[in-house]
Write a protein that binds this ligand. Structure first.
Ligand code: ADP
Ligand code: MG
Length: 393
């Protein structure tokens, strides 16, 4: 998705005021009635309507008049609110080039006032599952409301909390700098995803390091759940950094064993295929030829996963609650199920990716009950966990 930050410069105070009003209205409305936006923004003499037109022109909001006249934020609008908040806070001063398109995120370089370059990750929950669900309209029959802003913010909050906690425990992760809405800012990793590397000087050492990380995570009560060559960064000195944590779970998770094995299997397979790492045996094909010693070398989930509590303690301290953890897990599991049930991913043009399409996508996730949509009194809760979820109006 394009992020034309130039527009940021041309937006006035009133523009941001109205944009923030739309965001606030979305706590209780999928489409925020124009009148409500006007009331929240409190601009003089119909000023809100003029501003909304401008926001629409810049694709920061989406207009919907199917039921009543109203608007909602687009991802771009949400991006701008997060970026503005972080810039105001002095976290960075400029947004640079896009350095990554993840499964459910866009990554940009950002520069601080003093020229230091950091990485900014904008979460876009629902992108992949949207692809999967696109052709299965039946799901839409069971439509339930949801809130993509809430989910993306939850993903960012979780990732930020994990990155911080893991860093404090000495894991090689980017330094977690700050977080706002669906956006996290972290140190830039000077390296490449392992998937881009054709040759290693010390494949054995790198392999041991990587497997060692999975083991150490489990000893801390955690499973990465997406620990593969796309989420392992390696630099010229073959130092490893692991990234991408929104899907991490506790070893106590009911599918813990499966997730752990999947992470380990993936690494074994990748190293054998890419680097012809011959001492490595694929677990599934190794039963008869394998000696006991080699069998023992493979990390075993049951002997590792004794430590629990890390997750609860660390995350509670960071303001990430058990309930939020469960919500995001149920979302991720839901979209995994969608993805594995077969889809034609190629026919979706990413540039067309807009929140109104995400709506349809996420609506299939019936298991997810969102406080924001239910009109629960959870707003205070959300604020407490978000470093700042709207510093205007
Ligand atoms: P997703 O959850 O969408 O897979 P990732 O966190 O894995 O997103 O990031 C996607 C890509 O962006 C990575 O494969 C990597 O190339 C790049 N990237 C992510 N974080 C950083 C970082 N801190 N420094 C440099 N590149 C990064
Ligand atoms: Mg990734």
């Amino acid at each position: 998705m394009k992020l034309d930050v130039d527009a940021l410069r041309y937006l006035s105070k009133d523009d941001f005021r109205v944009l923030t009003a739309v965001e606030m209205g979305m706590r209780n409305h999928e489409i925020v009635p124009s009148e409500l936006i006007d009331r929240i923004a409190g601009l003089k003499h119909g000023g809100t309507y003029k501003v909304l037109k401008n926001l629409l022109k810049h694709k920061l909001v989406h207009h919907d008049s199917s039921k009543y006249d109203g608007f909602r934020l687009t991802y771009l609008g949400y991006d701008f609110l997060a970026i503005k908040a972080l810039v105001n806070r002095g976290v960075f001063a400029a947004v640079g080039r896009q350095i990554g398109v993840g499964k459910e995120s866009d990554i940009f370089e950002v520069a601080m006032e003093d020229g230091t370059v950091l990485a900014m990750k904008l979460h876009r929950l629902g992108r992949t599952s949207f692809r999967a669900v696109k052709s299965k309209r039946d799901y839409l029959l069971h439509r339930k409301s949801f809130n993509w802003l809430y989910l993306s913010r939850l993903a960012a909050l979780k990732e930020f909390a994990f990155m911080k906690a893991l860093g404090e425990h000495g894991f090689p992760v980017p330094n977690a700098v700050d977080c706002n809405r669906h956006c996290i800012v972290m140190s830039l990793v000077l390296g490449y995803p392992l998937v881009q590397v054709r040759e290693l000087r010390n494949p054995d050492v790198v392999f041991e390091t990587i497997v060692g990380l999975v083991v150490r995570l489990a000893e801390h009560g955690l499973i990465h759940c997406d620990f593969n060559e796309f989420n392992i960064m390696i630099d010229d000195d073959e130092n490893i950094t692991m990234i991408d944590f929104p899907q991490m779970v506790s070893v106590a998770h009911r599918n813990g064993q499966m997730y752990f094995d999947r992470d380990v299997d993936g690494i074994y397979k990748f190293f054998r295929k890419r680097f012809n790492h011959s001492v490595v045996e694929d677990s599934h094909s190794s039963h008869e030829t394998e000696s006991d010693i080699e069998e023992e070398e493979r990390p075993s989930f049951s002997s590792l996963a004794k430590a629990t509590g890390f997750l609860d303690k660390e995350l509670a301290a960071s303001g990430f609650t058990r309930r939020e953890q469960e919500q995001i897990e149920s979302f991720i599991e839901g979209s995994e199920a969608e993805n594995s049930s077969g889809s034609d991913e190629d026919d979706v043009d990413d540039s067309e990716f807009m929140p109104e399409k995400v709506d349809e996508d996420l609506s299939s996730l019936n298991s997810l009950r969102l406080a924001d949509q239910d009109g629960d009194d959870d707003d205070d809760d959300d604020d407490a966990h978000s470093p700042d979820n709207g510093d205007a109006v």
